[in-house]
Design a protein around this ligand. Sequence first.
Ligand SMILES: *Cc1c(COP(=O)(O)O)cnc(C)c1O
Length: 225
Amino acid sequence: MPALDRSALAERYHAVKASLPPHVTLVAVSKTRTVEEIKALYDLGHRAFGENYPQELRDKQPLLPADIEWHFIGHLQSNKVKYIAPFAHLVHGVDGEKLLDELDKRAGQSQRVQNVLLQAHIAQEETKHGFSAVEIRDLSTLPWRWNNLRLRGLMGMASNTGDQRQVKHEFEGLARLFKELKAGEAGTGPAFDTLSMGMSGDAPLAIAAGSTLVRIGTAIFGERG
Ligand SMILES: *Cc1c(COP(=O)(O)O)cnc(C)c1O
């Protein structure tokens, strides 16, 4: 493995930070990155990291400082919730009621309130996960029955396409739904404050559409090997 280039990492990190408006939270996506790489970014003052794979996160978490805020951003299967439930700060990709049930149960066992985002299916690809807009409206306006879960907002991933108009259209649709629910009297409440959309390739479009949190990996850590 090549030695870690700390000054290149610092340069990329500060460039990404400088490109974000102050109201947008940066989650550094550290999937496949080593503990050493994560610690190097931590030493630059960064605290919010995002991971995609439950076992990978379970293994890394105890090796890194306890004040890291771990975001789980990947597709989560119910049988893997136990690996991250004791410490996850925010679970972004919640895409089914069975998963909500399991997250609620495990949060209760850990005596925690778990912050969650509902994932909206906004892309054209069938392979992406998430609820439809109708399902999200129902879940967030009907009485919330998961007492150990706090609904913090929505998450979405745009189509993987070079068509900027398509990506913009998808982000704007999700932002409209987010604003509608945030403004609504029913269900959501003041904790509903997070719209997680935008990655290295499409963050500027996501921010222009109203994102409050971007998940950025390659622009900070370099290409994944
Ligand atoms: C990998 C990943 C990211 C980061 O992607 P980059 O292109 O490396 O910035 C963001 N969100 C999700 C859900 C991911 O899986």
